[in-house]
Design a protein around this ligand. Sequence first.
Ligand code: FAD
Length: 333
Amino acid sequence: MEKLKPYHTFGLDVSADGISFLEKTEDCISFLRHRNPKLLLGCGSDVLFTENFSGQIGIMRTAGVDICEDQECYHVRASAGEIWHKLVASLTYQGIAGLENLALIPGTCGAAPVQNIGAYGREFSDFCEYVEAVDASGSVVRFAPAECAFGYRFSRFKGEWRDRLVITAIGLRLPKRWKPVLDYGPLRSLQTVSDLKPVDLLEHIVEIRRARIPDPAVLGNAGSFFQNPVVDEPCCQRLREEFPDVPAFSLGNGSFKVPAGWLIDRAGLKGFRYHNAGVYDKQALILVNYGGAEPADLMELARHVAGCVYDRFGVRLHPEVRIFGKTGEISLD
Ligand SMILES: Cc1cc2nc3c(=O)[nH]c(=O)nc-3n(C[C@H](O)[C@H](O)[C@H](O)COP(=O)(O)OP(=O)(O)OC[C@H]3O[C@@H](n4cnc5c(N)ncnc54)[C@H](O)[C@@H]3O)c2cc1C
């Protein structure tokens, strides 16, 4: 058995039958041909293990970034094992702008398309030119963004293509004409800053995130534990009548997104603790390992949170974090 603690950000004492490091495309193909159960990880920053994993873990370690340009855009190709934030910071400091809102999101470049990472009004799909992947036959396929079916924390890599492909590289298209996106609450103060530079925005976002989101190296977590639920109009109206301050955002198709953190907070759970796991006291959407938490503590806590929110608001929460049991992905229920 090999310890998984260094390879996922919840910092739980779990192990796997074996761990291999995937450094080149051939390693990815061999991994896909390995018997099940098996699980591919980047930095393990979006996963919760509920017990020891009875199979092989492959950890993406491929490296390399290439940049070319035409008159209008930079085209960046990054290997799947590159660290996302390192790429964002390095590009921004080189004067290649666009990705600032997605700064400090933990994880690898190869995992970024899987749940279409997003923050502060921007998503991976806003910049995606292509995603390259291999299958078990060894074929390399290049997918255009439309083929990936990107949605809110979703793509086909998380849906029907799950477990069948290893993403080996991403291609990004970054227009040379920089248009900062500053609509999200905490960024609005920058709207009046004259001569705002991409580096200023990057540093502002890093500062906000450091103040609000626990550093997994200090307090184990996997970022937002739940997705923001999308509700229909009658449900939204009912919530607004009962809770006039509910922050519901219209998605323009008769449905509304409600911040899960607000629901958890208003259910009185911010700071709630269950054994050594808890709801983070500065951001109710994040569940944390205060040190020595058992996987069962986090599962119980997550179920309790989802249950309390349902009882209070009649709204179901669904995990954003991917949950893995002994032989593969499982649901929270
Ligand atoms: C403190 C903190 C803050 C966070 N903030 C945000 C945020 O603001 N926005 C956001 O969207 N997310 C956020 N997250 C979640 C996480 O950072 C992202 O989901 C990230 O993309 C996960 O990358 P990873 O390499 O750690 O993937 P892992 O957790 O290792 O894997 C996640 C899933 O992707 C699959 N996968 C990984 N690599 C590949 C590959 N190369 N090919 C195919 N499948 C693959 C895995 O099998 C697994 O199912 C946060 C997490 C933490 C800990």
